[in-house]
Write a protein that binds this ligand. Structure first.
Ligand SMILES: [Fe+2]
Length: 535
């Protein structure tokens, strides 16, 4: 934030400068009355504030025009009157007094002393240092003061203009920054609720509203439970339930989707509930009303809702509307994509009844292992996908080989060994699956380099391939196969332990053995029941 300063009044600056020139300053209004007496003169003030002096000045000033003027009060004493400041709304004029030695011996001087209760001798001595040479000097001083006044007004106005410009710059920066930050988060299509919360929080941080809220309608495309939901940032000064009900009713009001409106507390129930002007902006999603963005209880220096507030709230509403639309499209695409992936995986299972559910179980185990070894939820979801698709290539292996109960010939085993490469080739051109390909291609590699298809060794095997290898082997041993029944859990675990560091990554096996297999076991039972039913 740029620091905002308070600038002095040009009048005050003029008084300070005039005092340094030994010129007392009075201010008179348009009617000629003294509104501010010369200040800061200590011992001279009884004389400067004397009623006789004030009266004489007022009488003389009343006869002065609008221009800078020097008029004689008495011989050797002149009143210098500066014009009212043309750039300001007030009509106050600045007045100063210039006198010669002659004046200090005049009857007017004596009468001023008397009316102020001041000694002539003392005042004469005190005023000595500010005695001038004559009318010519008075006229020069009048010019100097007039220039000074004009320059000070311009300087102060310039300072105000810079301050306002700085403020606008700060505001604009904050607005741009808000919109940039919102736009930056618009890629996170998987989490629309998180995005909406973030947009409300950012808006509330930037503007002075005590609360910002979005009340969604029942628009079907909103999905993911956001329909009719109220998302709030800040504190509303009333019950959430009542606010939610009134905001929901407002969203049903005819014409509410036309344009933003400001609700007044005396005219609308919701604004009365929060006891504040409330700004309401429709949230349009693919030409349908998806909700309302509401903002109220504005605080700060200016409690009125400004055009900047409205613009920012509207821009944010546009972003949220576009985001919600994109998010629903993304969600539809994702659902469709996962449906296709599951259909592909089911087609492999259908080909080999002995491996029914194998892909799903491997996906489950690999996901659990990934989470146990520090993967994020998002990364683990990709591991799940790799698990579902890892045996995709079996679609290219003859059923006679897949279902053969006895020992395989070398040719048959070669056909089996081709399935990682076949799966890779089937999926390699599908861009959203790019990151799962290493899992498909390398899930039969071994830590000791004796695996296939490339015989990679140790950490050269991509991690996804190593994770799937552990999950795949565990499930292969734990389920019935064409050539043998399932192996008991204890024996499977023993095999895993003995293969750690030769067949599999030892670190992964260590983490795998600590997993809870209860969900896996119920999957095995479910798939076995389905197989029995199908048979
Ligand atoms: Fe496989």
């Amino acid at each position: 934030m740029i620091a905002r300063t308070n600038h002095a009044d040009p009048r005050q600056l003029l008084e300070e400068r005039a005092r340094s020139l030994m010129l007392p300053i009075w201010w008179i209004d348009g009617a000629g009355s003294v509104v501010s007496k010369a200040a800061g003169w200590n011992a001279l003030e009884p004389w400067l504030h004397a009623p006789a002096l004030t009266e004489s000045m007022m009488a003389a000033a009343a006869s002065c025009g609008d221009e800078s003027e020097v008029c004689e009060l008495s011989p050797g004493c002149w009143l210098v009157v500066l014009p009212a400041n043309q750039n300001r709304s007030d009509d106050h004029r600045c007045v100063t007094l210039v006198f010669t030695e002659e004046f200090l011996r005049s009857p007017l001087f004596a009468s001023i002393c008397r009316s102020g209760g001041a000694s002539e001798v003392i005042m004469r001595a005190a005023l000595g240092p500010i005695v001038r040479s004559g009318r010519t000097e008075a006229e020069h001083l009048a010019k100097v003061l007039a220039w000074m006044q004009r320059d000070l007004v311009e300087v102060v106005h310039g300072a105000h203009a810079i301050e306002n410009f700085s403020k606008q710059l700060v505001d604009t920066y904050e607005q741009m920054s808000l919109l940039y930050r919102i736009a930056e988060c618009m890629n996170g299509l998987e989490d629309p609720r998180g995005f909406v919360h973030m947009a409300c929080d950012l808006l509330q941080d930037t503007l002075e509203f005590r609360w910002i809220g979005i009340r969604f309608t029942s628009l079907r495309t909103l999905g993911r439970g956001m329909t009719n939901e109220l998302i709030l940032s800040g504190e509303i000064p009333c019950s959430h339930t009542r606010f939610d009900r009134l905001a929901g009713e407002l969203a049903l009001m005819p014409g509410i989707d036309d344009r933003p409106i400001i609700l007044e507390p005396h005219a609308h129930e919701l604004a009365a509930l929060v006891n504040s002007e409330t700004f309401v902006n429709p949230l349009i999603c693919n030409n349908n009303l998806a909700g309302l963005l509401l903002a109220g209880n504005k605080g700060g220096e200016d409690p009125d809702i400004s055009s900047v507030d409205m613009q920012l709230v509207s821009a944010t509403a546009d972003y949220v509307g576009a985001f919600v639309h994109n998010s629903s499209l993304y969600s539809e695409q994702r659902t469709m994509f996962l449906g296709i992936v599951r259909a592909l995986s089911a087609s492999i299972d259908a080909k080999d009844r002995y491996t029914r559910g194998h892909s799903e179980r491997v996906a489950h185990l690999a996901t659990e292992l990934a989470l146990a070894t520090g993967f994020t939820e998002e990364q683990a979801e990709r591991v799940r996908l790799a698990g579902i698709l890892h045996d995709m290539g079996k679609i290219g292996v003859p059923e006679a080989v897949l279902l053969k109960p006895g020992k395989l010939t070398d040719e048959e085993f070669d056909a089996i060994k081709r399935h990682p490469t076949i799966g890779y080739n089937i999926l390699k051109d599908i861009e959203p699956l790019e990151d799962v390909l290493p899992g498909v291609l390398y899930h039969h590699e071994r830590w000791d380099g004796r695996g296939y298809p490339h015989g990679l060794r140790g950490a050269n095997i991509p991690l996804l391939g190593r994770i799937l290898a552990v999950a795949d082997a565990f499930d292969a041993m734990s389920s019935d196969r064409a050539y043998r029944p399932r192996i008991a859990r204890e024996k499977v675990l023993m095999e895993m332990r003995s293969g750690a560091g030769t067949q599999w990554d030892a670190e992964l096996v260590k983490a795998f053995l600590k997993l809870d297999f209860s969900k896996y076991d119920s999957m095995i039972d479910r798939h076995a029941a389905q197989s029995a039913h199908a048979a």
